[in-house]
Design a protein around this ligand. Structure first.
Ligand SMILES: [Zn+2]
Length: 231
């Protein structure tokens, strides 16, 4: 059983038609989906499948995606054709913030120890001395990269190629999914290149103005830089 991941080829797909493969408790598995499952620091999508509210999305066994619906909802039987539609305004904000984190990593240029994206803000943790993090300078360089409107591109490499180029795994704690034999690279040409399975905007200009809202120490080797979208 596997789910075709529409978001992986087209992050802008808001809806798709699909067939129910499995329905149990409050979980639906489809043959294809636009719903991104929690992973890589990016939350799982919410939305609707048929008349059901999807409250979260997780990875399942193998290449499956688990759509978690409200408890006690009557589920469609396997074989039923359904329409799957994500909460697009929420996802689009996550895409903008996710792409902004790629820029933040490039601006700070220190090893990344972790990261997380929420609908209203996102952060990366860096292994760096506090004195090297100047809020105003980071914000200015971040917004310059946004205004320069760089494209984002994806391509695939094998697991073996990734092993040979460990620098492409920027964040160990949010490493991209492996095991399918190939890993997706996300490139912002001249700015950033890393393995990443998340959803990104097509051009950095779509991020819009960004603020660095906080820089604080999170333990001896962790400096957390938090950003937010201004609109
Ligand atoms: Zn990414």
């Amino acid at each position: 059983m596997s789910t075709a991941l529409v978001f992986r080829e087209d992050a802008y797909a808001r809806a798709c038609d699909a067939t129910v493969l499995e329905a149990r408790a409050n979980v639906l598995v489809l043959d294809r989906t636009v719903f991104y499952p929690l992973g890589g620091g990016q939350p799982g999508d919410t939305g609707r499948i048929g008349g059901l509210r999807v409250v979260d999305t997780r990875k399942g066994e193998g290449e499956t995606v688990l759509h978690i619906v409200e408890p006690d909802a009557p589920l469609p039987a396997p074989g039923t054709r359904v329409r799957a539609e994500i909460d697009w305004p929420r996802r689009y904000r996550l895409m903008r913030l996710h792409t902004a984190l790629h820029l933040l990593g490039a601006v700070v240029g220190a090893p990344v120890t972790g990261g997380r994206i929420a609908e209203d803000k996102a952060h990366l943790d860096f292994d760096i001395e506090m004195e090297r993090l100047a809020k105003d300078a980071i914000e200015e360089r971040l917004n310059a990269l946004v205004r320069a409107d760089y494209p984002t591109r994806t391509r695939w490499i094998s697991d073996a190629e990734l092993d040979a180029r460990p620098e492409l795994v920027r964040t160990m704690s949010v490493a991209p999914p492996r095991g399918a034999g190939r890993v997706r690279l996300v490139e912002i040409p001249g700015v950033d290149l890393q393995a990443c399975g998340g959803t990104h905007v097509a051009r950095t200009g779509e991020i819009g103005a960004v603020a660095v809202t906080r820089i604080r120490s999170e333990g001896r080797h962790n400096r957390r830089v938090t950003i937010a979208l201004i609109d």
